[in-house]
Structure formats: structure tokens, C-alpha cells
Design a protein around this ligand. Structure first.
Ligand code: FES
Ligand SMILES: [Fe+2]
Ligand SMILES: [Fe+2]
Length: 505
């Protein structure tokens, strides 16, 4: 048994270190996310429901019991059928067929909820999750094949296929257990330390700006302070989903958003409003005394694009210094370009058609920026920094927010609210790359960074010219059309809008 456990640990260790799985996991993650992104806001609500956020518990582990129990029963019934003499005792065979069918139905639900949960993980658990999903999908496919063989009367072969399917299910379950119990996927990551029991002064209230979370530490507990509509709130800083830093998040619709995977917690109760989190975030009692913010645990715990002007692809002149920009300079330039687009959108009137053009441009630049980092920069710097898995998760988070923004009417306050949230997410992500990742990347040396920089510039230009990108852009314009129709109508109705023409690009 100990040998089996050691072998299991060795295999799992290899899977967790296998960087080659990152490519497959990126593709699978996009395939999972795209249907939800295409639905915009409703897609986000469906995803939150599949996480189990409103039930306060993840749905996946409950659904998994259906295929595990049914399929195990079917294999036992197959054995009983063999012992009882086959043809003369149809009862066992019929029961085996029925339990396989029930297991397949349950497995379909378990796979969907599992994939949605998996898509909001990063790092080693994400790699292991790909193999866990592959094993379970194999089990489902084999059990379905077994069912088909049974219908055709080939029971002996069907039983053999069921045995193989059971082995795949066992392997999937083994990996699932490791993910939950060793890697704490699905566990509560919030800090539930009961300190401080008495009010402790943590910050000068005047230093806390409206809508800008601040991190404070009190008796070893990290607390995120937020002033919203003048009132001060305090939540545990470690996100219950995966431990993300809430103090680096932003406020959106009365909730504090985690920058890693987008969970949004009610500022008053800590209840998750958007998944993937399912657990209530710890909150603190807050008071202001002598101008200082004081916090304590509640008595009763309620925990229940490259800037175009920086593009320089020239080969370095021999003998003199390399004039090409370094990768981090290229990326910072592109960050500036994206920030500038945000500023320009914010400066347009809500019903200005130019707003849509700028939005389209912003979406294109953000898409391309994430693509060049994922394809070229991140794989090269992952040896010198630990922040790549989180940065990858944040890219997904940005793509999700952008997808929702594109479905909204740009003349509405709803749009403005989502635009501000997207900007906050972008500021957080680009800011942490500039403060932490890019300085660390300097360890790769000038020559490597300049080579990388040239590849980034080249790829960016390629993407700008690419037919596929143009198709994506066309699709985006179709998405935006709805908003344009509304704006057109609004302009016809508004004398102010009627005088406004389409701005040149
Ligand atoms: S760590 Fe995943 S949402 Fe916060
Ligand atoms: Fe990035
Ligand atoms: Fe970036």
C-alpha cells in the first residue's frame, strides 16, 4: 500500500511539474470560457451558479458522487451477472445497464461544474486538473461505449470496456482527492484567526481614500480596509477562494473584487456575490476613534499594446550598443497605449459613436497584449519569477470583464461602471507587472530581453495584419452593433447628438 502511495505521489509530482501541460490547459481554459464570455452578463451569472456561489458550497463534489456510486454499482452488478449465470438472470444485467446510464448523466453535470471550477485555478493544481478532467472524460466515453455494446447484445465485450472505464474513473478520483486534500482546491483559504478580539487602531482615517482598498496588518492578520460611500468596511485580505490579495482589488457595485479570479464580496457581510468563491469572507467591526480606524473581529463570527512609437525591429548595428527595446520596455509601452485608450474612451460623451471605435480598438489591443505575453514573454520569464500563474489568471479575468463590457450599451451608466472596473483590473495587473515582474525579468540579461523585445514587436505587427484577428475584430463589431443601433436611435432623439458626426479614426 505504501509502495502504491509513493508511486502515486511520484506520478502526481511529475504531472504538477510538467510545463508542457500549460499549453493544453490554456486551450482548454479558453474553450471553457468562450461560451460564457459570448453571453456577457448572463454568462457570468450562469458561471457563478455553476460554481455554487449562491448555495455557499461548490456543486462539483456533490455531483461527483452520482457517477462514482452508479458506475461502481454497475461493475459489481456485472460481476453478479457473471456469477449468477448470465442469460437466465436478466435482473443483474438490466440493473447494470441502468446504473451506467444514471452514472453517465451525473458525470455530464460533474464534468461541466468541474471544468468551470478548474478554469478559475492556476499553477500546479491547474496542470493536475487537466489530467483529472482527461481521466474522467475517458471514463465517461468508455462507459458510454459499454452502454452501446450492451444495446447491441455484446455483453462480454461491454463488461471488459466497463472494467477499463472503472480504472479511468479510479485514476480520476485519485487525482481529484489529491487536488482537494493536498492542494486545497475548493477549500476555504481565508484567514479565520479570531484575532483581534478587542478594537485595535490600524490607520489614520484621513489616509483611506474613497473606493481605494488599503492593506493593514493587525495581530498577524491581514485586513483589507475600504471606504465606500463614506463608510469604512474591513474584510479579511486573503480571498477565501485561493488566497488572492483583496486589498489589491477594486470596488464594484458594493462589493470588493479579488484581482486573481474575480470573486466579488459584499462589503457589509462578506458574502460572495460573484464566483468562483463560495465561502463567506471574514469581516471585521470597524469604528473611528480620535481620527483613527479601529477594527476587531465581530463578537459572533459571521464566517459561516506596444506603443506604436516604441516599435523598433532594427537589428543592432554591429560593434555598437543594441538599440532594440527590451521586452519590458515594449510591454510598458503597450500598457501606456492601452491606458491612453481608456482615457480617451472616458473623455467621450456617452452617445458619441467614436466611443465604439475606441472600444473596439481597446479590445483589440488588450487581446493582442495578452496573446504576446502568453505566447512569448511569460514562458521565457517563468524561470525567474513565481508570478506567472497569477498573471495568467488575471489575463483570464481581464478577458472575462472585457467580454461583458462589449455586450453593454456604451451610452449607459452600466457601461461606465464596467469600464471603470475593467480599468481598475488593468491597472492592478499592469502595475504589478511593472513593479514586480519586469524588474525581476532583468535577471535574464540585456541581450535576452532585447531579443524577446524584437519578437514581441514582430508578433504584434503580425497580429495586427492577421486575417484571423481581422475576423475576430469583425465579430466584435457585430457584438457592438447592438449598442450602435441604440446610440443611433438616441442621437436621432437628442438634438445635441444629432449634430455629432462620426469621428475619424
Ligand atoms: S483567489 Fe480566486 S477569486 Fe480570489
Ligand atoms: Fe499581462
Ligand atoms: Fe502586460
Amino acid at each position: 500500500m505504501a509502495k502504491f502511495a509513493r508511486l502515486g505521489d511520484r506520478i502526481i509530482g511529475r504531472i504538477e511539474r510538467a510545463r508542457t501541460l500549460d499549453h493544453a490547459s490554456h486551450g482548454l481554459g479558453e474553450a471553457v470560457a468562450i461560451p460564457f464570455r459570448a453571453l456577457g452578463g448572463p454568462g457570468k451569472r450562469v458561471r457563478t451558479a455553476l460554481h455554487g456561489t449562491s448555495y455557499g458550497h461548490s456543486i462539483h463534489p456533490a455531483l461527483v458522487t452520482v457517477p462514482l456510486g452508479s458506475w461502481t454499482a454497475s461493475v459489481l452488478l456485472d460481476v453478479a451477472d457473471g456469477v449468477a449465470g448470465g442469460e437466465e438472470n436478466r435482473g443483474f444485467a438490466t440493473a447494470a445497464d441502468l446504473t451506467i446510464g444514471i452514472g453517465c448523466l451525473g458525470a455530464a453535470g460533474a464534468i461541466v461544474t468541474g471544468l468551470v471550477d478548474w478554469d478559475k485555478t492556476h499553477g500546479e493544481p491547474r496542470r493536475l486538473g487537466v489530467v483529472h478532467a482527461a481521466a474522467n472524460t475517458t471514463a465517461l466515453t468508455l462507459f458510454l461505449s459499454s452502454l452501446i455494446l450492451r444495446r447491441r447484445g455484446r455483453r462480454r465485450g461491454a463488461k471488459a470496456v466497463s472494467a477499463l472505464a472503472f480504472a479511468a474513473m479510479f485514476a480520476g478520483g485519485y487525482l481529484g482527492g489529491h487536488l482537494a486534500h493536498r492542494r486545497n482546491v475548493g477549500a476555504d483559504h481565508a484567514d479565520r484567526n479570531p484575532a483581534p478580539r478587542n478594537f485595535v487602531s490600524v490607520l489614520d482615517a484621513a489616509e483611506l481614500e474613497e473606493g481605494k482598498p488599503r492593506l493593514v496588518e493587525v495581530e498577524g492578520v491581514r485586513v483589507a480596509l475600504v471606504r465606500h460611500h463614506g463608510r469604512i468596511h474591513a474584510l479579511g485580505d486573503r480571498c477565501s477562494h485561493f488566497g488572492g490579495p483583496l486589498s489589491e482589488g477594486w470596488v464594484f457595485r458594493g462589493g470588493l473584487v479579488c484581482p486573481w479570479h474575480g470573486s466579488r464580496y459584499c462589503l457589509h457581510s462578506g458574502r460572495p456575490l460573484d464566483g468562483p468563491a463560495t465561502a463567506v469572507q471574514p469581516t471585521f467591526e470597524v469604528r473611528v476613534s480620535d481620527g483613527m480606524v479601529e477594527v476587531r473581529r465581530p463578537e459572533t463570527r459571521r464566517d459561516g499594446a506596444l506603443a506604436r512609437d516604441t516599435a523598433c525591429t532594427a537589428e543592432p548595428p554591429s560593434g555598437i550598443g543594441d538599440c532594440r527595446p527590451k521586452a519590458d520596455e515594449v510591454l510598458v509601452g503597450h500598457h501606456m497605449l492601452i491606458r491612453g485608450l481608456f482615457d480617451r474612451i472616458a473623455a467621450t460623451m456617452p452617445n458619441d459613436p467614436h466611443r465604439l471605435e475606441l472600444l473596439d480598438e481597446l479590445a483589440g489591443e488588450m487581446d493582442m497584449h495578452e496573446m504576446i505575453e502568453d505566447e512569448i514573454f511569460y514562458p521565457r520569464v517563468r524561470h525567474v519569477t513565481d508570478s506567472i500563474p497569477i498573471a495568467g489568471a488575471e489575463h483570464q479575468q481581464l478577458a472575462d470583464q472585457l467580454a461583458i463590457l462589449l455586450t453593454l450599451d456604451p451610452s449607459t451608466s452600466d457601461f461606465d461602471e464596467h469600464l471603470t472596473a475593467l480599468r481598475s483590473a488593468l491597472e492592478h495587473h499592469a502595475g504589478s507587472e511593472e513593479r514586480e515582474m519586469f524588474p525581476t525579468a532583468q535577471r535574464l540579461g540585456d541581450a535576452v530581453l532585447r531579443d524577446l523585445g524584437a519578437r514581441l514587436v514582430e508578433r504584434l505587427e503580425e497580429l495586427r495584419q492577421s486575417r484571423l484577428q481581422k475576423l475576430v475584430r469583425l465579430g466584435r463589431q457585430v457584438l457592438l452593433e447592438r449598442g450602435q443601433g441604440r446610440i443611433g436611435r438616441a442621437m436621432q432623439e437628442t438634438p445635441h447628438g444629432a449634430s455629432r458626426g462620426t469621428s475619424p479614426r
